[in-house]
Design a protein around this ligand. Structure first.
Ligand code: ADP
Ligand code: MG
Length: 351
C-alpha cells in the first residue's frame, strides 16, 4: 500500500467541495455577501465551463491576507469551535477558494477602502499567488475561474450535452433568485456569453424582491405571514398563496418556486417543503393535487447554535436541532392562514 501523493489528495477533496458550475457560483456569491456586497455581477462563458466571473462591491481583501486567501482552511470568518455556535456568515471552512484553484485557473482582483488601486492576483493549483499586477477596478473583489474541471475529464464530460448545460444555467438563475429574495437590498445580474439572462435591482423588502423575481402575477396571489415564539425561539416570515388562489408551479416545466431559508441560507428542507405543499394542495381534490407546488417563500430564523450547516460540502442540507418545533410552528401558521388542516376536512366542506 502507498500513501496518495498530496496533489491527488488535494484534487480528490477539492472536487468533493466543488461539484458543479452552480456550486462555484454559490461559493463565490456567498463570499461576496459575507464581504457586505450590495451589488454582485455574475458572468459566464460557455455555461461557466470556460469562465465564471463574480464581481462584487464588498469590503475587499486586505493586502496582508491575500497570500493566504486561497490556502485551504484559512478564513477570516471564524477562529474556534465556539464560533461555529454563533455563525452569522455563509462561509466558515476556508475551503472554497482553495478548492476552486485545484479544479480551475483562478485570478482574484481586489481593492479595499484603504488601497489606492486594485491588484490582480493569479493563483496556482494549491492556491498560492504566482503573479500579481496593478489593475483598474473599484472597491470590491472579482474572482475569475477559467477552464473549470479541466483536470477532471469525467466531470467536464458530464456537461458535454447542451441539455445538461442549459439545466445548469437554470439552476444558477434559481440560485440567484433565492439570494435576490432573501436579500432585497442586493443588486444582481447574470450574463451568459455577453447576453443578459436575468437581473434584479435593489428593492425595499421581501415583497419587492418577490415581485422583481417572480413577477406581478405570482405575487398578487401571495399573502404575507408572520409568527414569533420564544422557547424555543423561532421566527417565521413567509409569503404563501392566498386561500383559493392558484399559485402552482409544476416541478417538471417550471423552476421550483418554493423558496425556503434558514437563517438567510437557501436550504433544502424536505419536511418543511412537504408541509407547505400538503397545506397548499389540500384545496385540490384527488388527482388535481398532483404535480402542484406552491409559489411560496418561508424564512425561518432560529438561534445560530441550533443549526448545523456543516452536513454537506454545499451547505444546502442542514440539521435543525428543534425541527419538530419548527414544523409545528409552520403547521400552525398555515392552519391559521388556510383555516383547516391538510388531513382534516376538505375546504369545500369547511365552515
Ligand atoms: P470562507 O468563506 O469559508 O472563509 P473561502 O475559501 O471561500 O473560505 O474564502 C477565504 C477567505 O478569502 C475568506 O474568509 C475571505 O476573507 C476572503 N474572501 C474570499 N472572497 C472574498 C470576497 N469576495 N470579498 C472579500 N473577501 C473574500
Ligand atoms: Mg467562502
Amino acid at each position: 500500500m502507498k500513501q496518495l501523493p498530496p496533489d491527488t489528495v488535494r484534487l480528490l477533496s477539492s472536487s468533493q467541495v466543488i461539484t458543479s458550475v452552480v456550486n462555484v457560483v454559490k461559493e463565490l456569491m456567498e463570499n461576496s455577501l459575507d464581504a457586505g456586497a450590495s451589488s454582485i455581477d455574475v458572468k459566464l462563458e460557455n455555461y461557466g465551463l470556460d469562465r465564471i466571473d463574480v464581481r462584487d462591491n464588498g469590503h475587499g481583501i486586505k493586502a496582508e491576507d491575500t497570500a493566504v486567501m486561497a490556502v485551504t482552511h484559512f478564513t477570516s470568518k471564524i477562529c474556534s469551535n465556539e464560533d461555529l455556535e454563533r455563525l452569522e456568515t455563509y462561509g466558515f471552512r476556508g475551503e472554497a477558494l482553495g478548492s476552486i484553484c485545484s479544479v480551475a485557473e483562478v485570478a482574484v482582483i481586489t481593492k479595499t477602502e484603504e488601497d489606492d488601486i486594485s491588484t490582480q492576483y493569479t493563483l496556482n493549483f494549491t492556491g498560492q499567488i504566482v503573479s500579481q499586477k496593478p489593475s483598474h477596478l473599484g472597491q470590491g473583489t472579482t474572482v475569475s475561474a477559467l477552464k473549470l474541471f479541466k483536470n477532471i475529464p469525467v466531470r467536464r464530460q458530464y456537461y458535454s450535452s447542451t441539455k445538461k448545460c442549459k439545466e445548469e444555467l437554470r439552476k444558477i438563475q434559481e440560485l440567484l433568485m433565492a439570494y435576490a429574495i432573501i436579500k432585497p437590498d442586493l443588486r444582481l445580474t447574470l450574463v451568459h456569453n455577453k447576453v443578459g439572462v436575468w437581473q434584479k435591482a435593489t428593492v425595499a423588502d421581501h415583497r419587492g424582491a418577490l415581485l422583481a423575481t417572480l413577477g406581478a402575477g405570482a405575487v398578487a396571489n401571495l399573502l404575507p405571514c408572520h409568527h414569533h415564539q420564544e422557547q424555543p425561539e423561532i421566527v417565521l416570515d413567509g409569503f404563501f398563496p392566498k386561500p383559493g388562489a392558484d399559485c402552482s408551479s409544476t416541478s417538471s416545466s417550471n423552476p421550483d418556486k418554493t423558496f425556503i431559508f434558514v437563517n438567510n441560507r437557501p436550504v433544502h428542507q424536505k419536511d418543511v417543503m412537504k408541509l407547505l405543499r400538503q397545506h397548499y394542495t389540500a384545496q385540490y381534490p384527488g388527482d388535481a393535487a398532483r404535480n402542484r407546488y406552491p409559489t411560496a417563500m418561508l424564512k425561518i430564523t432560529v438561534p445560530p447554535s441550533s443549526v448545523d450547516v456543516n452536513l454537506t460540502p454545499d451547505k444546502t442540507q442542514i440539521l435543525l436541532h428543534n425541527k419538530e418545533a419548527v414544523l409545528t410552528a409552520v403547521d400552525a401558521l398555515l392552519v391559521s392562514l388556510y383555516g383547516y388542516r391538510p388531513d382534516g376536512d376538505p375546504p369545500a366542506e369547511k365552515q
